[in-house]
Write a protein that binds this ligand. Structure first.
Ligand code: NAD
Ligand code: ZN
Length: 259
């Protein structure tokens, strides 16, 4: 395990002390937690074929309307990029923590993610996905779930067998609403937690970024912990852990679970 700087060790210890006194914890993860698994975030510059495009301009409802071929082929390319990626020590540490608390019936840990990959599930966590799933598809016209196998090396658009609309990834794009049940669950968890942890998110993609405000200003006045090597300038953060998730989380979880 990596040697941490004294300031980092102190802040992890502060976080552990705070978590030991809590019954309800809500965690929000973003693209940064999967960065060490080799999945680029949206802040990373795109490479190869797509280097002249901004991810935000492709993960976009308007873009699919204007040019469905372009957006579909970008997603097929991303799926190829992601398909062999595996959970990293951060995903594993969160899964271990969630399972341990569940088995001990000790306290509640709710995991909410903005990620569309399934690395939390691969690691053994139960996570609520606010932005959908990279591996699912649906019709852009009639919303029917399209669960036939798809060849990810084929960039050709597929038509819906019911209405001939275009098949699209079941992902929430910029400009679209969040899935209702998942969003209600996330808001409730944020409002009722005593500690809220954001991991690997730039906290600029709303409405998910607003969860931290809900937690801070709830009757429980949750303590806010941020894990990010590039801290955001969010003034609500109480404990800043300036490190990669894959370095900080295993340490934090080891200390927390060793009573
Ligand atoms: P973002 O791209 O806006 O920000 C990523 C954040 O992660 C940055 O603040 C960065 O400093 C931080 N980071 C980078 N490496 C890290 C590490 N090793 N450990 C911890 N933090 C690290 O991501 P976002 O806030 O999640 O929002 C963008 C949108 O992008 C989301 O809606 C999400 O659905 C989508 N997205 C998902 C994936 C994925 O599923 N893996 C990948 C890219 C983008
Ligand atoms: Zn259809």
């Amino acid at each position: 395990m990596t040697q941490l700087s004294p300031i980092l060790s102190t802040n992890i210890e502060k976080a552990v002390n705070c978590l030991r006194q809590s019954d309800t914890v809500c965690i929000l993860t973003g693209a940064g937690i999967s960065a060490e698994s080799g999945i680029p975030t949206f802040r990373d510059k795109q490479t190869g074929l797509w280097e002249n495009y901004r991810a935000e301009d492709l993960a976009n409802a308007g873009a699919f309307e204007r040019d469905p071929n372009l957006v579909w082929s970008w997603y097929q390319w991303r799926r190829n990029l992601v398909k062999d990626k595996q959970p990293n020590p951060a995903h594993h540490a969160l899964a271990r923590w969630q399972q341990a608390w569940q088995q001990q019936n000790k306290a509640e840990l709710t995991l909410i993610t903005q990620n569309v990959d399934d690395l939390h599930e691969q690691a053994g966590s139960i996570a609520t996905h606010l932005h959908g799933h990279l591996w699912k598809n649906r019709c852009s016209k009639c919303d029917a779930i399209y669960d036939m196998p798809i060849d990810y090396t084929d960039a050709q658009l597929i038509h819906c067998p019911h209405c001939q609309g275009f098949i699209r990834p079941d992902i929430v794009w910029f400009g679209e609403g969040l899935p209702v049940d998942e969003w209600l669950h996330a808001k409730l968890s944020a409002r009722t937690c005593q500690v809220f942890i954001t991991i690997g998110t730039s906290s600029i993609v709303y409405p998910a970024a607003g969860l931290v405000d809900l937690a801070k200003y709830s009757p429980y006045q949750a303590k806010i912990i941020e894990i990010n090597p590039n801290p955001t300038d969010n003034p609500m953060v109480d404990i800043q852990i300036q490190a990669k998730a894959g370095e900080a989380l295993p340490q934090l979880v080891n200390q927390l679970l060793s009573e």
